[in-house]
Unconditional design. Structure first.
Length: 131
């Protein structure tokens, strides 16, 4: 299914890029399709550096489709600088979240996460001598 989604997104990307005259809808649709294509390629590649890099390109899915919806249902200029700034901010937040998820946990945080309070044994932790 991912290969089919990749093929369709690349086909729609090409159709949107070669459309004359170019409209705001065609521009944001091309960005959305490119973002979907990058997400599909990153999932098909699996883990690795290229997958991470391509995953960053998938930052224009939800916010890109919001711009597509505005272009479909609003006559005239469907979006201006404030809407583009909002979509760009959401894209930057998605990229920051993806990068943060890739960073290794600090040693202290890893120690807290593997402590006695996070065990699934159901037993309470023993009182320490320091308490």
């Amino acid at each position: 299914l991912q290969a089919i989604a990749l093929s369709l997104s690349l086909l729609w990307l090409a159709l949107a890029l070669f459309q004359k005259p170019r409209t705001p809808l065609a521009a944001v649709w091309a960005l959305f399709c490119g973002s979907i294509a990058m997400m599909m390629v990153s999932q098909l590649l699996g883990a690795g550096n290229w997958s991470t890099l391509l995953g960053l390109g998938a930052c224009f899915t939800c916010n890109g489709f919001w711009l597509v919806a505005r272009a479909l249902f609003r006559p005239g200029r469907p979006f201006a600088a404030p809407q583009l700034a909002y979509a760009g901010t959401v894209a930057l937040l998605i990229i920051a979240t993806q990068q943060r998820a890739l960073l290794p946990l600090p040693m202290a945080t890893a120690a807290v996460l593997s402590g006695p309070f996070n065990s699934f044994s159901g037993s309470a932790p023993r009182a320490s001598a320091c308490a």
